[in-house]
Design a protein around this ligand. Structure first.
Ligand code: IFM
Length: 388
């Protein structure tokens, strides 16, 4: 029998969610506007997590988690520029209290893809004023909401958001314009820096990071161009943004999903999203992130798997690789499965099922999946049995 793989002391184990994808009832953001215009699927009441967060956190606690990643909906907190909604402040403070009461360390993302209507209608992150606006929002949240929080992430997956909204044109604001894309990426990096600065003025002790989606790029075959493509892609996608904000990052949040191999196609198993599954990719990406010499939290890693047939092994196989990177000196301190609940998967609506917990979107019933129990065992023992 092989010994179990042990994870470092105080390792954070949990799952991640984002406000718009689970809460329901958010009508004053760009995605809600796009939903009303028929350009993306409507989100409606989603998982009704806004009203059910306590019982959802009961489940996270029962599943052995000691931490949980949430996001705050900017449009709820600041429905008009400079006007802050006190009831929503109380709501999110209660959400954080509910996490703490269950022994779940909160990791809070300030902005996860959805923009308040007023901000989106004034050119969003293309507008140079966006930097100041985001800085003020970040300062407000740090001061008014995060008093019981240690970890905050400013922005979720800046390049995914900018690419889908400004190059591929299938997320709001539905643009296909490289110049705008580059402008937005630059403003997002500056917005992170600004938020870091404003947060630190009100809460010097808060640990501030980003949630960065990095991919593993590699190449095969004899064509040298493929190798060049892998190097250039890796530089742009994995390193450019992080290099810009490295001084303003107390930790790095890694969201890992994809591997891209340039060259002859091989057949890797696929998720319900059609994404290749290659667990070794997370090892390479973590090794690459090791260069920043910062603590790393895997703030998302997950699989769309409606019948729960591959999720258990997906988690195990990725954790074996995370453990391998830790053994080689990479300072990984936590792992958050995406997602606690089935939820609104953006342009795919509710069809793709990422949850440890299945949600019936008609009755709002929850059902714990078998893979969640396997993950519970890992979280509770802080170790992974590799033979089963
Ligand atoms: O659902 C998304 C999440 O909002 C950001 N990271 C990737 C997940 C799966 O696509």
């Amino acid at each position: 029998m092989k010994p179990a793989l042990r994870f470092p002391e105080k390792f954070l184990w949990g799952a991640a969610c984002a406000s718009y994808q689970v809460e329901g009832g958010i009508e004053n953001c760009d995605w809600a506007m796009a939903g009303r215009a028929g350009r993306v699927p409507p989100c409606g009441s989603a998982c009704d997590h806004y009203n059910r967060y306590e019982s959802d956190f009961d489940n996270a606690q029962k599943l052995g988690h000691n931490s949980h990643r949430i996001s705050i909906e900017w449009a709820r907190i600041e429905p008009e520029e400079g006007q802050f909604d006190r009831n929503e402040v109380v709501h999110y403070k209660n959400v954080i209290k509910a996490l703490r009461a269950r022994g779940l360390e909160p990791i809070v993302t300030l902005w996860h893809f959805t923009l308040p209507a007023w901000f989106a209608n004034d050119r969003g992150f293309e507008n140079p004023k966006s930097v100041e606006r985001f800085g003020k929002y970040a300062e407000f949240v740090a001061k008014e909401i995060l008093n019981e929080v240690k970890f905050v992430q400013t922005i979720n997956e800046p390049l995914v958001w900018a690419g889908n909204g400004y190059i591929r044109g299938y997320w709001p604001p539905f643009r296909k314009n490289y110049i705008s894309y580059l402008k937005v990426v630059r403003n997002l990096a500056t917005a992170h820096q600004k938020a870091y600065e404003t947060i630190k003025t009100v809460r010097g002790d808060l640990l501030v990071g980003i949630a960065k989606n990095n991919m593993f790029f590699s190449a095969k075959g004899v064509n040298p161009l493929n190798y060049l493509m892998a190097v250039v892609s890796s530089y742009w996608w994995n390193r450019y943004f992080l290099s810009k904000i490295r001084r303003e990052s107390d930790f790095i949040g890694l969201n890992f999903y994809k591997t891209l191999v340039f060259g002859p196609k091989s057949s890797l198993p696929k998720s319900d999203m059609g994404w290749d599954i290659f667990p070794e990719g997370i090892y390479h990406v973590l090794k690459e992130l090791g260069r920043y010499k910062k603590p790393i939290y895997v703030t998302e890693n997950g699989v769309a798997d409606a019948d729960d047939s591959i999720r258990k092994n997906f988690i195990r196989d990725h954790l074996i690789q995370v453990h391998g990177a830790i053994q080689e000196g990479v300072d990984v301190r936590g792992y958050f499965y995406w997602s606690l609940l089935d939820n609104y998967e953006w342009a795919h609506g509710f069809e793709k099922r990422f949850g440890l917990i299945e949600v019936d979107f008609v009755t709002q019933e929850r059902r714990i999946r078998a893979s969640a129990i396997a993950y519970k065992n890992i979280c509770e023992t802080n170790a992974l049995e590799t033979e089963s």
